[in-house]
Design a binder for this molecule. Structure first.
Ligand code: HEC
Ligand code: HEC
Length: 254
């Protein structure tokens, strides 16, 4: 049995172990309650994301959570709750969770250390891969696209506390997230720098950059770079580098 199926079964077994006795108990002994533990809280997540948040790399659909910055993960849970990100099963799962729960769950997954499993790489031309590399490392000044590395870190492993890494993610996941920013099914606090960037990329650029990122060798150290180690070339609401609305607006290059 492959690992993702294993995780799925483990998740379902855990869920059944927790829910079934409680359901039976409810008929006979109303004093019994479901234990309020972290394991119980994350049982609803592990069927898709894996017990340690390793995701399902072979499917490319259920994203990895392990080792992503805690603040980033907590913010995404809020976004699904508030409808800024749209995916039915996620919206449904996080709807009843309190802020404190979401932070605790985010901390749990951020602390998990599990090896990355390479995802299948798409077959694209050398020219498209070269375009992807250029966008990642130099951007495209003629279209005001900054290099991805400028914010996601020189190794593309992310920057604490709010910028996720871009290596080790499946092609399908990266390209669909960039597409979601263009169609408005994913958004972040204004100014939403990723929406700006995704809209400056052409559909071909999205294929190119997603393919280049998916073919990268994983760096030995996959941890996010320390906070403050990059100077983002655009203002991003989630990075807190945007001026208050009363202050003069800084240009793209500030
Ligand atoms: C039915 C499968 C499923 C379940 C159950 C589920 N997720 Fe997800 N989750 C997904 C998918 C698919 C996405 C990507 C959605 C998208 O395209 O934006 C996602 C996205 C996320 C993200 C954003 C990841 C990123 O890198 O931006 C976080 C965080 C997350 N899930 C946490 C959780 C937590 C915590 C739970 C349990 C409380 C949970 N998920 C339950 C399928 C699931
Ligand atoms: C100005 C800074 C900045 C630049 C430049 C930038 N990003 Fe981002 N990116 C962010 C931030 C901040 C987030 C987190 C957004 C959130 O919290 O929802 C993010 C998130 C993402 C995500 C979501 C990852 C996940 O796990 O769901 C993808 C994909 C992404 N960026 C791709 C790119 C690509 C490709 C480029 C280069 C073409 C790029 N980014 C350039 C700041 C930047």
């Amino acid at each position: 049995m492959n690992r993702s199926l294993c995780s799925l079964f483990q998740g379902l077994l855990l869920l059944a172990a927790l829910v079934l006795p409680a359901a039976r108990a409810a008929d006979t002994a109303p004093t019994h309650t479901v234990p309020d533990t972290l394991a119980q809280r994350i049982a609803a997540c592990t069927a898709c994301h894996g017990v340690h948040g390793e995701g399902t790399p072979d499917s490319g659909f259920f994203p990895r959570l392990a080792g992503k910055p805690a603040e980033y993960l907590a913010r995404q849970l809020h976004y699904f709750q508030r409808g800024l990100r749209k995916y039915g099963p996620m919206e449904y799962t996080v709807r009843p969770l309190s802020d404190a729960y979401m932070h605790e769950i985010a901390e749990y997954f951020a602390q998990q250390e599990v090896p990355y499993t390479p995802s299948p790489t798409p077959k694209v031309s050398a020219a498209l891969l070269a375009r992807g590399q250029a966008l990642t490392e130099q951007g495209d000044p003629s279209r005001k696209i900054p290099p991805c590395e400028a914010c996601h870190g020189s190794q593309l492993t992310g920057v604490a506390p709010s910028t996720p890494g871009l290596v080790g993610l499946p092609y399908d996941y990266v390209s669909s997230q960039l597409g979601s920013w263009r169609t408005g099914t994913r958004a972040a606090a204004a100014p939403d720098c990723m929406a700006t960037i995704a809209n400056r990329l052409s559909p071909e650029d999205i294929t190119a950059v997603s393919a280049w990122l998916a073919t990268r060798q994983l760096p030995a150290d996959m941890h996010a770079q320390p906070a403050g180690s990059v100077t983002p070339p655009l203002e991003c609401g989630v990075l807190g580098n945007a001026p208050a609305s009363a202050a003069p607006v800084k240009g793209d290059g500030a």
